[in-house]
Design a protein around this ligand. Sequence first.
Ligand SMILES: CC(C)(COP(=O)(O)OP(=O)(O)OC[C@H]1O[C@@H](n2cnc3c(N)ncnc32)[C@H](O)[C@@H]1OP(=O)(O)O)[C@@H](O)C(=O)NCCC(=O)NCCS
Length: 220
Amino acid sequence: MEATTWPLFDLRLTTPRLVLRPITDVDIPAFVAAAQSGIHDPARSPFSFPWTAVPDAELPANMAVHVWRTRAQTTAAQRTLPFGVWHEGELVGMQDLVAVEFATLRTVSTGSWLRQSVQGRGIGTEMRTAVVLYAFDHLGAEIAESEAASWNLASLGVSRGVGYLPNGTTRKSWGGSAQDVQLLRLDPDRLRRPAWTLGVEGHDGVASFLGLDAAVPVDS
Ligand SMILES: CC(C)(COP(=O)(O)OP(=O)(O)OC[C@H]1O[C@@H](n2cnc3c(N)ncnc32)[C@H](O)[C@@H]1OP(=O)(O)O)[C@@H](O)C(=O)NCCC(=O)NCCS
């Protein structure tokens, strides 16, 4: 599919070590391979919807459906930017940026995973920083929220490193069992801005497609 057909495909964020861009259909096999290589200890899912806990043979089609559904459901009211994360030329995970009723709430949330082989090297912090910078500086977001199972020290460590503050706990149904969940919240003043500058390409087409032109306070 051409980028001109789907403007989100033009979007590209770059950090010192990473390229983030929406996943295309051509990327799906590599996306599946990254997940199948292992994301977490199978005994405990870090995801509220335990999408990895299916037979290996079912995962490819499930992930493809997820990519297509997310793309098809990108509307003015519910926007998900599903960034694949490339490191040294390899697709190693994903970093979603989600906005619900953005025109009113100016709030984004995030979700992410990395293949285990690249975890614990600061990549999670770098990719979350990238999408939060994009949200605050280009989309005009005022708040970024996150949540993680209370035992998920890696995800909580990313949030802490980017500058989020704890914002209470809640109890959720987590793959069919009760789970204490830590909520987190970040505003632009608390964001730990990195020494590097985020590279952004393709934003104008995205802003126009998502109806953001009037909402973004660029240079104001
Ligand atoms: C969550 C995830 C994306 C974080 O990415 P990462 O690259 O592993 O994290 P980082 O290396 O940037 O580490 C961030 C911080 O957490 C700490 N941390 C990382 N892994 C940790 C662990 N297993 N236990 C304790 N602390 C940990 C790091 O020391 C770092 O803290 P610091 O900045 O104070 O040194 C990644 O671990 C992952 O994909 N996990 C499985 C899926 C998942 O949990 N997704 C999130 C669901 S909410």
